[in-house]
Design a protein around this ligand. Sequence first.
Ligand SMILES: NC(=O)c1ccc[n+]([C@@H]2O[C@H](COP(=O)([O-])OP(=O)(O)OC[C@H]3O[C@@H](n4cnc5c(N)ncnc54)[C@H](OP(=O)(O)O)[C@@H]3O)[C@@H](O)[C@H]2O)c1
Length: 334
Amino acid sequence: MSIQQLQASKQGGPFIQVTVPIPKPNAGEICVRPRAVSINPIDWKNHQFGTMVDSWPAVLGIEGAGIVESVGEAVTTFKPGDEVMCWVQRSQFNGAFQDIFTAQEASVAKKPATLSFEEATSLLICYLTAAAAVVIGLKVNIPGLLKPDTSSTPLQSILVLGGSSGVGSAAIQLLRAALPSATIITTSSSAHHDHLRSLGATTCFERSAQHDTAILKAASPRAYGVDAILDAVGASVEAPAVYEALKSDGPKLYSLVITRPGIELPEDRQSTMVGGQSMIDYDPSAMKNLAKLVEEGKYKMPVKVDVVGKGLQTVQGSLDKVMKVSGVKLVISL
Ligand SMILES: NC(=O)c1ccc[n+]([C@@H]2O[C@H](COP(=O)([O-])OP(=O)(O)OC[C@H]3O[C@@H](n4cnc5c(N)ncnc54)[C@H](OP(=O)(O)O)[C@@H]3O)[C@@H](O)[C@H]2O)c1
């Protein structure tokens, strides 16, 4: 029995479909037949720069939603036939872009019945990364997740850079749920401002405000500056002046999503760098928490889904579009 696997032949090279044996799950693993997969910025970076690729050819893709094909020993929460959404921890020949991929049990959650496979696949990495940036980076407690180890006063004001990104809009709604009365300032193109306010942002500015801290500060409580910055897109690496928006006598928390290797954290504030894996490492129940929040209507789709193709053969063309998206998540149906 065999499946089709989409392999990127080499860095920047063409993709080819290869016939390979059906994968078998090891203990603690789940094999899933995806019905939809996401196209993420990291897929493009992996293909173009080999950012997180050790050897070529390589199977890319880090998110998918579909049907459980088989489960390994000691897997108790899922069985064949279950509808699930998964974050796929890649290795050379394991990635989402194939007929059946393998995922760790902690990276799989039941697909909420209210969501299509296309919607479900779009949620995962943005949620995990945003949750890590909020809980680990800003030490804010999100109900249902492990509490951060902190005794500090609750944050009253946060600046979210890149609010219309998948991670940024997920972070805004998590922050609003956790801190109902906080001031949340964000940056994005104006087309998304109404949506970001509906998710919980207090004030929205164009991206250009990242170079004009006076505007951002003026929107903070008493115009003193913000307690914390959550940078969802690496904007502060290009516009470090934005740090001046931090209140001079505040906690100066700075939570940065890892957007590429080699970024150094500033030392004069409480800085943390996070990715999606940080959340699974911190709280292995994080994925289950997402499914519960969605089912209870407490977590909305952070960005719209744009289904840009059907079938593995449409992955390569879709990768060319992913670095130009604005407020959407690209998804392929399988
Ligand atoms: N390390 C990890 O585990 C991990 C996990 C997830 C994501 N990431 C990284 O985090 C970043 C965000 O991922 P994503 O999927 O959320 O991205 P995305 O939705 O594809 O990002 C596109 C959005 O980012 C906004 N944006 C881009 N550059 C900006 C800037 N300089 N200032 C303000 N806004 C900016 C754009 O806003 P406008 O069009 O409105 O201007 C656009 O809506 C990516 O670099 C991704 O690789 C890392």
